[in-house]
Write a new protein. Structure first.
Length: 95
């Protein structure tokens, strides 16, 4: 496993990548997948993160529910370069 920063941005990028690459049917399942990679989060945090990245639940052809991303949200699942959060924080602080 590659070491990665444990920031909210990194966690959300990993959530998007997991949802894009496999069917994830519940927040519990997603939490277990993240924990296996070193991201330990609460259900409340997962709920906020899923909303922030634009994830929603959908029913597939066999009737099972799973999370998916809009095309725009699924397009970028990379972890941003160092310093990106600092500049975003500066913009948010100025609002």
């Amino acid at each position: 496993m590659i070491a990665s920063p444990r920031t909210a941005t990194a966690r959300r990028a990993r959530i998007a990548a997991l949802i894009s690459s496999r069917q994830v049917g519940s927040q519990e399942e997603l939490g277990q997948l993240l924990a296996a990679e070193g991201f330990h989060v609460t259900q409340a945090t997962l709920s906020r993160d899923l909303g922030a990245i634009g994830a929603s639940k959908a029913v597939d052809a066999d009737g099972s529910l799973h999370y998916l991303l809009t095309d725009a949200a699924a397009a970028d699942t990379t972890i941003p370069v160092a310093g990106a959060e600092a500049s975003l924080g500066g913009v948010a602080a100025g609002v």
